[in-house]
Design a protein around this ligand. Structure first.
Ligand code: MN
Length: 344
């Protein structure tokens, strides 16, 4: 039985504090990710609020992974935060995520407001702003920090998404790319930015390792739009601003509407003035079993346990220069061992 945690107040059995994989979570559980059932009807997934950590933690809305559904294509982690006001004293610290490792995934950082400063163990230091993409491919191992810069806008609003790397790519060299501008698609009532993959015939330059799509869509009030999508993909629409109706199902801020494969269009509409903003995420249902724990995506418990001990005891994940503060220590591994099961 794990003991209680003095710094954060967690007690054994306090499931409300056991977020799955928050970067700063002191007691993450090990999670098996699988592709789940293919729902024929739209499925509404509500968010859990998870503190990102620290004494004045920024709350994030987490819609993936969850018990009901752990992945959408290769997308395996969806955190939505803000809009938060950073002008008041109580919340002036904004985002502050100390150096921590990643394995077997890509991190996709996307903002609607504000700035985030990224530093990584490859020596990159990169500020991102709305409309820009910070894409970090962890491959066999990398570490990074993310923080609100000293000089910043009054607000912050954004998402952090993870993409699981397929077996063919997951031991590759770590890499980081900043995309300062991305291609857009305009149609009546719709303005889309193609973040990853292709949408409406327009392709993002960002590197992907399996067939997937990620796009920011701005929907004008009073318009209904049929989004053209790849029918071999499963999709999810995340409402990030305003209320959107997705295939007849209302999605409020932070909610994710899942749509199974076999559709060539997705109908979206909003009455929110002047516009609603959603993210379209999709991909071919992921065919490999994954084990996710803390900031690692692997295939077995032993791989994850090795990564944990390597972060604590070796320089496998490198080090981040310039962050004022200590790297994040890894939490203790859970006492129960998880075994991936075969996909249906
Ligand atoms: Mn991270």
């Amino acid at each position: 039985m794990p003991r209680s945690c003095v710094p954060c107040g967690w007690e054994p059995g306090d499931e409300s504090r056991r977020g799955t994989v928050s970067n700063l979570d002191r007691h993450p559980t090990e999670t098996l990710l699988d592709a789940g059932r293919h729902a024929t009807e739209p499925e509404r997934l509500t968010a859990r609020e998870v503190p990102l950590g620290g004494p004045r933690a920024m709350l994030v809305r987490r819609t993936l992974p969850q018990r009901q559904r752990s992945m959408v294509g290769a997308w395996c982690f969806v955190d939505h935060y803000g809009p938060h006001d950073l002008t008041g004293r109580a919340s002036a610290s904004g985002m502050r995520v100390p150096p921590h490792p990643h394995l077997g995934l890509q991190t996709v950082s996307w903002l609607l407001d504000g700035e985030v400063l990224h530093r990584d163990s490859l020596g990159n230091q990169q500020l991102i702003q709305p409309g820009q993409l910070n894409l970090m491919t962890a491959g066999r191992g990398i570490s990074h920090s993310e923080e609100t810069p000293a000089v910043h806008s009054p607000g912050i609003h954004g998402v952090q998404l993870w993409v699981a790397l397929p077996d063919t790519a997951r031991w590759g060299a770590p890499a980081f790319h900043h995309h300062a501008s991305l291609p857009a698609v305009e149609a009546d009532g719709l303005r889309a930015i193609v973040i990853m993959g292709s949408f409406a015939g327009v392709t993002s330059p960002a590197h992907i390792a399996s067939p997937l799509v990620g796009a920011e869509l701005r929907l004008s009030s009073g318009h209904g739009v049929q989004l053209p999508v790849d029918s071999t993909f499963e999709h999810a629409v995340l409402a990030v601003s305003g209320t959107t109706t997705v295939e007849g199902v209302d999605a409020g801020v932070g909610e994710l509407i899942y749509l199974g494969p076999g559709r060539s269009t997705i109908h979206v509409a909003t009455e929110t003035e002047p516009e609603a903003i959603v993210l379209l995420l999709g991909g071919v249902p992921f065919s490999e079993d994954l084990v996710m724990w803390w900031n690692f995506v692997g295939r077995t418990h032993d791989e994850i346990a090795q990564a944990r001990s390597d972060w604590m005891d070796t320089d496998r994940f490198g080090s981040v220069r310039g962050y004022s503060g200590q790297p994040l220590p890894a939490p203790a591994m859970p006492t129960t061992r998880i075994t991936p099961r075969r996909r249906r």
